[in-house]
Design a protein around this ligand. Structure first.
Ligand code: MF3
Ligand code: CO
Length: 255
């Protein structure tokens, strides 16, 4: 069953989304060569709690941290730790915040210093794929419209979507129905309706789409060692079209 949210619940999700966005901005400001992913996790957790939020990921099925930090060929679910960022890396950071019982979820892949042009293109295409997917998050469309838009944008650029990982409904809990694959056909899957809230999250690889899970039982990386990018927004389907609840603000949080 797909839970549709009231306007009040969507408003509350947007407040959680604001904390998510500001957390990503703070983490992004701290991303530089020499910083460990554990340090980024601490920055995120401190900020989320200072805003009265709870880091949704921490303790979820035993997950030990507040963010996921996935460098280079790691796709998602990297556990923060002693890894020190290096010039030329890319780092996918995923943040979930629960505020007043409602959840927002977003991810951004940051360049570390100067990155090469192919890595840059991968980030640009992943963001474009997310934007194309969001554009389809309209009442009357199906989940497959989102999936197809993400896939087409990615494959037209010569990259691959990861087929074994999906986006999801989000709001009263982190993972709700429906699943949102990053590949598929328009018109397939559940029909979208006003009040649905979706975490749309393309995970795309520079090489092939196959992935494997590491011995830590969390982190997922590309099978062929190619670079991977991940961008995610929490989006509400509204009467006026898609509304991004984790949209970056023009002016940042910092006083
Ligand atoms: N946004 C990710 C997802 O939807 C975050 C989950 S990390 C976890 O799967 F640790 F909480 F599982
Ligand atoms: Co998600």
């Amino acid at each position: 069953m797909i839970v549709r949210k009231s306007p009040d619940e969507i408003h509350a999700m947007a407040l959680a989304g604001r904390v998510v966005v500001d957390t990503l901005a703070l983490v992004g400001d701290a991303v530089e060569p020499g910083v460990t992913t554990a340090e980024l996790d601490e920055i995120a957790e401190d900020y989320i709690r200072s805003q009265g939020g709870v880091p949704t990921f921490k303790g979820y099925r035993g997950y030990p941290a507040s963010i996921c930090a996935s460098p280079n060929s790691m796709v998602v679910h990297g556990i923060p730790g002693p890894y020190r960022l290096e010039e030329g890396d890319i780092l996918a950071v995923d943040v979930g915040v629960t505020l007043n019982g409602l959840v927002a979820d977003s991810a951004f892949t940051f360049p570390v210093g100067e990155i090469d042009s192919e890595a840059h293109r991968l980030l640009d295409v992943c963001q474009a794929a997310l934007a194309a997917g969001i554009e389809q998050a309209r009442s009357g469309n199906h989940v497959g419209h989102i999936s197809a838009a993400v896939q087409e944008t990615t494959e037209a650029a010569g990259f691959s979507v990861v087929r074994s990982l999906v986006g999801h409904g989000v709001g009263r809990s982190m993972h709700e129905e429906p699943q949102i694959p990053n590949w598929g056909e328009p018109g397939r899957g559940p029909k979208l309706a006003t009040g649905m809230t979706l975490a749309i999250e393309p995970m795309i690889n520079a090489g092939g789409g196959d992935v494997y899970m590491a011995d830590d039982h969390w982190s997922i990386s590309t099978r062929d060692g190619s670079l991977s990018a991940h961008f995610e927004h929490t989006v509400a389907v509204t009467e006026d079209g898609p509304r991004i609840l984790t949209k970056a603000r023009e002016r940042s949080l910092l006083p």
